[in-house]
Design a protein around this ligand. Structure first.
Ligand code: PLP
Length: 350
């Protein structure tokens, strides 16, 4: 038990949580004997087949170690160095990947679009594409969305269809950062296909780690032509696991039993519980609508300090007084209650 976290389940991030039982059991089940390496094993084959089944379409699937690699290699495979990628100004590919999308694409420029709650405003796409059409401007090539957004919002199917339509009209490819795709599917109550390829998404980076796996994301090319030579890209970037079965097998555990959506729904429900209880406090202001597994809330500066002093961990990077409370697959109601009890005490003593 880590003393600095008081052994508590925290609201800092869904990657603070451990490995869910289904992913762990699937790893264990794969841990027998010898098998072929570099993805030439039955687990990798089965996991890719299962992803095709879950999305109800033929697609090319690659397993990589993390989301930064998934996004940046996927984007690089859509672009030449003289192209540009349109994304929201708060997008992970822009703010949290240390320039990896630009690096792996040899200099593709990222162009930033506005919009509420981390969602791209569809009407902003065309002006950005048409702002310049001359040879001196990096040619727009991809629009990238994050589902769930960095500010906790979920694109509806209709919103994604509009972006997909714009992308087609403007000859852009459509990329989705789905680090929390499971939370979006659970929140929307739709089929995975309805919020991915049916809206025109060409490539989805499907998150595993925040959903309850130890490590790993899947890059899913619905537009299979775009996957050409992607295996070389992965290898060159150090993303081809030699013992691939251990990146692939957890997906079997997650997807076979529906655990991925059960865990996502649990995280979403706990965030809803937090939101309900926070709304009962008059001194609290919610910053964005809660739609998935995070709640963004403005707290008095001294309350933040006191909660942190009492051993609660959460992120405060959203400006002055902005706190992100993120629920995980293993967050349970007593965690929410414990946090709220202390928060009420702290606010009462301000
Ligand atoms: C966590 C996250 C990722 C993946 O990040 P890694 O740390 O590289 O695995 C990608 N996109 C979003 C929106 C995320 O929240």
């Amino acid at each position: 038990m880590n003393e600095s976290l008081n052994g508590r389940r925290q609201f800092a991030s869904d990657n603070y949580a451990g490995i869910c039982p289904e992913a762990w059991a699937a790893m264990e089940a794969a841990n027998h004997g010898h098998t072929r390496s570099y993805g030439d094993d039955p687990w990798t084959q089965q996991a890719a087949d299962l992803i095709r089944e879950v999305f109800e379409t033929p697609c090319e699937v690659f397993f990589v170690f993390n989301g930064t690699a998934a996004n940046s290699l996927a984007l690089a495979s859509l672009c030449q160095s003289y192209h540009s990628i349109l994304c929201h100004e708060t997008a992970h590919v822009e703010t949290d990947e240390c320039g990896a999308p630009e690096f792996f694409s040899n200099g593709t420029k990222v162009l930033l679009l506005p919009g509420n709650n981390g969602k791209i405003e569809p009407a902003s796409i065309e002006p950005m594409v048409k702002r310049r059409t001359d040879i001196h401007y990096p040619k727009p090539r991809v629009v990238s969305v994050t589902q769930v957004t960095e500010l906790g919002a979920v694109y509806s199917v209709a919103e994604l269809k509009i972006i997909g339509q714009r992308a087609r009209e403007l000859e852009l490819k459509f990329h989705m950062d789905g680090a929390r795709f499971a939370n979006a599917v659970a929140a929307l109550g739709v089929k995975p296909r309805e919020t991915s390829w049916e809206t025109g998404v060409d490539v989805l980076c499907l998150g595993g780690a925040k959903n309850g796996m130890a490590v790993g994301e899947a890059v899913v090319f619905f537009n299979r032509e775009l996957a050409a030579e992607f295996d070389y890209r992965c290898k060159q970037a150090g993303q081809l696991a030699s013992k691939m079965r251990f990146l692939a097998a957890p997906w079997l555990g997650m997807l076979k039993s529906g655990a991925w959506l059960r865990h996502a729904a649990q995280a979403n429900q706990m965030a809803q519980e937090l939101e309900t209880r926070l709304k009962e406090l008059p001194e609290i202001q919610l910053m964005f609508p809660r739609q998935a597994n995070s709640v963004f809330v403005k707290l008095p500066e001294r309350a933040i300090e006191e909660m942190q002093r009492r051993g609660w961990w959460f992120y405060t990077f959203i400006g002055q007084g902005g706190c992100r409370l993120m629920c995980s697959w293993d967050t349970i109601e007593p965690d929410v209650r414990a946090f709220m009890t202390e928060l009420k005490e702290v606010l009462a003593h301000q």
